[in-house]
Design a protein around this ligand. Structure first.
Ligand code: ADP
Length: 328
């Protein structure tokens, strides 16, 4: 059976981008068709200035939202990264295979490091090395497929490179995984800045729809989305990024393709109205389940405990084999 692994970072509240770009497929497809693991990658939340209590709260919230989105612990494994030591153990070995040059070429590192420096802060070494930890997250489980959004393409390639290099040097140890991405909404853009992606770490802003946003907030954000000064509704991500983003969101919610959908609208206002209602309907069942799960925290706790036990059992033999192969 295909092994699938993917995760979310608890650096902020989960967004519509996380949901459409990744989580929805985990729920609708991967947990049914594959032997799938989904992880709240909390170690990755420590790469930039963080508040310990907030990271803990957001990890719990992210795990609750994964279940609220429809991940079923009977069908897949849901756990928190730091509960399974194998991730950090393997990460160190892979640091001994990666080079500093290839880490410095990572686009996300360059962007995030530049942002930290602009703020006058220092750059944590873990910001440079976190793609290696991400490779360890994936390789520890013999993962075949990593369903992710568009922004993870480069990290996916690095993971493959490290797996191949390790296998060539020290003997076959890792499966070489491939990243898969959705055809529509692989990169949901910020509603106010449609040339940048909708990211959860962005300051709570009017351009980001969060999975727990009330219907009124969703409506307001989408109705105020930045569009250009044109009139006709055309899908053209290069020239019309704002309108195209709305069409992608609508198509992802309702089915169909963004180009055809565009032809059905005469004004931006009507498109925004329908997109807002479609997103509200998409989020409604997630929010209802989230409310029920919050009333039963011991259930979430138990799922995560069992998930960590299962994940550890799956990861340990391969990580132990990697230790032996590399000479330890
Ligand atoms: P972020 O912190 O940027 O929200 P994560 O690293 O937690 O993202 O990513 C979780 C998953 O959500 C990844 O598979 C990522 O590719 C996907 N994702 C994140 N933002 C978006 C977006 N705006 N559009 C599509 N997919 C996204």
């Amino acid at each position: 059976m295909t092994r699938v692994f993917s995760g979310v970072k608890p650096t902020g509240h989960l967004t519509l981008g996380n949901y459409l770009g990744a989580m929805r497929r985990w729920v609708d497809v991967d947990q049914h068709q594959a032997d799938a693991l989904f992880c709240v990658v909390d170690l990755h939340a420590l790469t930039v200035d963080h508040d310990p209590g907030r990271v803990r709260r957001l990890s719990r919230q992210a795990a609750t939202l994964l279940l609220a989105s429809g991940l079923d612990p009977e069908l897949c494994t849901v756990f928190v990264q730091s509960h399974v030591d194998e991730h950090a153990r393997l990460s160190y070995l892979l640091e001994c295979v990666a080079t500093d040059g290839e880490m410095r070429r990572m686009i996300q590192y360059k962007e995030k490091a530049a942002r930290e420096r602009e703020r006058g802060g220092s750059v944590r070494l873990s910001l440079l090395t976190y793609p290696v930890l991400m490779a360890a997250d994936i390789l520890a489980y013999g993962t075949d497929e990593v369903p992710v959004g568009d922004d993870q393409t480069q990290h996916g390639e690095l993971t493959r490179d490290l797996a191949v290099r390790f296998n060539q040097r020290y003997g076959h140890t890792f499966v070489v995984p491939r990243a898969t991405r959705p055809q529509i909404a692989a990169r949901v853009m910020n509603l106010q800045e449609p040339t940048s992606k909708m990211g959860k770490s962005d300051d709570v802003g009017p351009g980001v729809v969060y999975l727990l946003d009330e219907p009124d907030a969703v409506r307001k954000k989408i109705m105020r989305a930045m569009t250009d000064s044109g009139q006709d509704v055309v899908y053209d991500p290069e020239a019309r990024p704002g309108v195209s983003n709305l069409l992608e969101i609508l198509a992802a919610c309702e089915g169909g393709d963004p180009e055809t959908l565009g032809g059905a609208y005469e004004s931006y206002g009507a498109l925004k109205k329908d997109t807002a209602e479609a997103v509200i309907e998409l989020l409604r069942p997630v929010q209802e389940r989230h409310k029920r799960l919050c009333a039963d925290p011991s259930y979430v706790e138990a799922v995560l405990r069992d998930g960590a036990v299962k994940a550890r059992e799956m990861a340990r033999p391969r990580v132990d084999a990697a230790y032996r192969a590399i000479g330890l």
